[in-house]
Design a protein around this ligand. Sequence first.
Ligand code: UTP
Length: 275
Amino acid sequence: MIRKCLFPVAGYGTRFLPATKSMPKEMLPVVNKPLVQYGVEEAIEAGMTNCAFVTGRGKRSIADHFDISYELEHQIAGSSKESLLSSIRDVIDHGVFTMVRQREMLGLGHAVLTGEPLIGPEPFGMVLSDDLCVNPGGPGVLGQMAELFRQFRCSIVAVQEVAPEEIHKYGVIAGESMRDGLYRVERMVEKPSAEEAPSNLAIIGRYILTPDIFDIIRETEPGASGEIQITDALQRQARDGCVMAYKFEGQRFDCGSVPGFVEATNHVYEHIYSD
Ligand code: UTP
């Protein structure tokens, strides 16, 4: 049973400036719920009730969101508006929320390492809340991956087929197909050109990681951009041990980009939101 989930939320969200100047990208609402709450709900549904955030400066509102607001609760107690708080109350009641700050944005690999004191020596989930994943009527993507972990006991990355003109934005895997939608990763390439890409299977923001990843990251040199990439560490884990790639069931929206965010908003409003 995986109990913990890491949420690296330290990034600047520059693609959403000026909205993200003094407000975390993760708190931008998709309809009426902040992006990060979708990810936390998915983790809790998967049994990962211990949510660990790697935050940064200017991200305090994320911690406040997963806490009680006495003033607000007092104001609306007993009124018809009280029910509007129910979804976040459910989350708060079912989860434990811990935070650590990443002082410098040195890459996703570095963010994972910063989260180590909150995770410890156990396998854990990881959600990049920029990716909003939905699977109406079935288990969430992280829940599907937790089920696979029970079987394979190794790190798992969620992958999605991506068009050639989009592939340069992603980490891309090459792997041996184990069964429909499941691959044993042989190689990973970070942000390849369409010509260099070893497949059309791009890694999205859902992971299950085994704790040996921390030592591997510690030994991983920063890449060309000066950032410590999680893909480099996973590539070594795949070479020395095992990493699986899983083509998940459901739909994913890239809410780290403005068009993806708008698409997600339209989808949630039409298919999921109810007032
Ligand atoms: P991105 O690079 O996509 O997010 O990182 P960003 O930097 O916030 O967005 P833009 O490009 O400036 O608009 C992917 C995820 O990794 C986290 C980010 O918060 C995001 O969820 N991250 C990245 C960290 O927590 N720390 C880092 O050093 C880098």
